[in-house]
Design a protein around this ligand. Structure first.
Ligand code: F6R
Length: 608
């Protein structure tokens, strides 16, 4: 959600900070600001709105200096406003801070500081930090930051700059990501890698409570006990272009088109024919797999929808009971879990607060936790017992697309792995699934060819205020994802229903002209779904059907049909979701919506 960038070097800091922040715009924000050291004087410019507003202010009033910090804020404490924007400073203007996360005990700290004469201007929790640092400063900035941090409860990634020691930046994190970029005589700090990629590919991934001091001379890392840390550099292999639009109109469209590659990459070196699946970071013994009593898959939003498919796949292949739950529900219902429960958390960002809380609570109760995530070095990847990375590459658009399909691949891989360990499904059947999985990238390319038909459908239907998605079995799980995608980027209200539920209420809403998008890819459930479609057609609904290419009958019943290549029923979600993503995309474009940054949403939800 919020974005952080810091720079120390021999170039002008302001343009580097603005450029870095622009690479983090995808995280969602409502205000932005920078603080730059100009001749040992701390200059702060910040304002509500987009980065362009900040740039205009800077044009009117440029700041010259080679060390500074910047921030894009997504409001939590206090409404979006100039005064609530970061950086925040102490009253004397000697310390400025940018912060991601929430300081839970800020009211207490604020009162304490006020009783000592400190004054506060904003409604934010962040403002206590520069004042605390000022309060503790006694000739050693690192010491002051360490003391301030020791008083703070909650989650944070912070970067501090001060006129007291104007040649350095000091940063630390807890439960909120922070990376250090290592350039040539220039150093960066950021909440996410794309912010530094135009300058360097060598980064340090900071762990919780690691302090870093950045100066022109280099970087020093310390534990909270001020012991020096030696850390390995992580070399980023994807280039800056991977985080840019690459010729597409929007990141979302680019990411939809990257799905064949993302699917292939996620299977690479893991799925090969006539071999068990290879899982680099999962070390599960056969005896452990055989003793699992229950599996929970827990996640939020789109990742949760991937989990629903995971339930079908894992139960079918490994014959283990699987429950799927929403992280924000699971964490507060005292679930019955123990060392015989395997918990799988799915999170694209690896930083979602509720998912992370589930991971921690599950571990506390003795469960083994597998994390499925797209971000190397993310919090869930570090804290889980095992990790399965989805190799989708950076996902910039707020609406998840390529991360979702790779999460599905991860679910199949885990299902096959468990089945192989337990011997619960015949080898020939597993081999057949692997063979078909390896064909999915090509088949996904085929589905993308329906773009124009889907665009036409969108141009005819985008004025509707409500739509329905129908499916049974795995198709129902995909319908839920299609409905979420449509809502979040086009702001068209939609609901997904299991076909069998129609008669139990929702059919009352069907009237002349109601748009129903139905999925029919599950052979055993096809006839039942056809009956459901007839029920809505009789009541005047306009039906688009998404079905397998061998099901030509649908043309007689539905108003329009999109065919996906034949595959195994269990794998069809990877293909059938693509038309739904494109429908949502084109509807949103028709309505003139900002598809990459839908209103009220943020890419990474690091607070509850
Ligand atoms: C929807 C979407 C969200 C995320 C959810 C979880 O398109 O992207 O619903 O899936 O916020 O995020 P992660 O996967 O980062 O934990």
């Amino acid at each position: 959600m919020c974005g952080i960038v810091g720079f120390v070097g021999k170039s002008e800091a302001s343009p580097i900070l603005i450029e870095g922040l622009s690479k983090l715009e995808y995280r969602g924000y409502d205000s932005a600001g920078i603080a730059v050291m100009e001749n040992e004087d701390l200059k702060v410019i910040k304002c509500k709105g987009r980065l362009a507003n900040l740039q205009n202010k800077l044009n009117e009033c440029p700041i010259k200096g080679e060390i500074g910090i910047g921030h894009t804020r997504w409001a939590t404490h206090g409404e979006p406003s100039d005064v609530n924007s970061h950086p925040h400073s102490n009253g004397k203007g000697t310390v400025s801070v940018v912060h991601n996360g929430i300081i839970e005990n800020y009211l207490y700290l604020r009162e304490k500081l006020m009783s000592k004469g400190y004054e506060f201007l904003s409604d934010t929790d962040t403002e206590v930090i520069p004042n605390l640092v000022d309060y503790y400063y006694d000739g050693d900035l690192l010491e002051a930051v360490m003391k301030a941090v020791s008083k703070m409860e909650g989650s944070y990634a912070i970067v501090v700059i001060s006129t007291k020691e104007p040649d350095k930046l000091i940063a630390v994190r807890k439960d909120s990501p922070l990376i250090v970029g290592v350039g040539k005589e220039e150093y960066f700090i950021a909440s996410d890698i794309p912010a530094v990629l135009n300058h360097t590919r060598d980064v340090y991934l900071l762990e919780d409570k690691e302090f870093v001091v950045l100066t022109r001379e280099g970087i020093e890392l310390f534990t909270e006990d001020r012991e020096k840390i030696n850390k390995e550099i992580y070399h980023v292999t994807w280039n800056a272009d991977a985080a840019e639009k690459g010729g597409y109109e929007d990141f979302m469209l680019k990411e939809i088109h990257e799905q064949p590659k993302a699917i292939r990459d996620t299977m690479t070196s893991r799925i090969t024919l006539n071999n068990p699946v290879v899982l680099d970071k999962i070390n599960m013994e056969e005896s452990y797999a055989k003793n699992i009593e229950k599996i929970y898959i827990v996640a939020c939003g789109t990742a949760y929808h991937a989990g629903v498919i995971g339930k079908y796949a894992i139960e079918k292949l490994s014959r283990t009971t699987v429950e799927v739950d929403i992280a924000s529900e699971f964490r507060y219902r005292n679930p019955i879990i123990n060392d015989k429960t395997l918990v799988i958390v799915i999170s694209q960002s690896g930083e979602t607060a509720d998912t992370l809380a589930v991971l921690r609570e599950s571990k506390r109760k003795g469960c083994r936790v597998i994390a499925v995530t797209n971000v190397v070095g993310s919090s869930v990847s570090r804290e889980a017992d095992d990790v399965l990375y989805t190799w989708a590459g950076p996902e910039i658009a707020v609406a998840s697309t390529k991360a979702y399909v790779t999460q599905l691949i991860a679910m199949y891989i885990i299902a096959i792995h468990l089945a192989e360990l337990k011997g619960s499904t015949k080898t020939e059947e597993l081999e057949e699934i692997k063979k078909e999985m390896l064909k999915l990238p090509e088949k996904a390319e085929e589905v993308l060819k329906h773009k124009e038909a889907l665009q036409k459908f969108a141009s005819k239907t985008y004025m509707h205020r409500d739509m329905f998605f129908l499916g049974r079995g795995l198709d129902y799980a995909v319908a839920m994802e299609g409905s979420l995608k449509l809502k979040e980027i086009s702001y068209i209200h939609s609901e997904a229903y299991a076909g069998g539920e129609l008669k139990h209420g929702p059919i009352a809403l069907i009237e002349n002209g109601t748009v129903v998008i139905s999925l029919l890819t599950q052979r055993e459930l096809q006839d039942k779904m056809v009956s459901n479609i007839r029920e809505v057609v009789t009541r005047g609904a306009k039906v688009m059907a998404i079905t397998s290419e061998d099901n030509k009958n649908m043309e007689k019943i539905a108003d329009s049909v999109i065919y996906i290549p034949k595959t195994l029923d269990i794998l069809s979600p990877v293909l059938s979701v693509i038309p739904l993503q494109l429908i949502a995309y084109y509807m949103a474009k028709q309505k003139g919506c900002d598809v990459d940054k839908p209103r009220n949403l943020a890419k990474s939800v690091t607070v509850e």
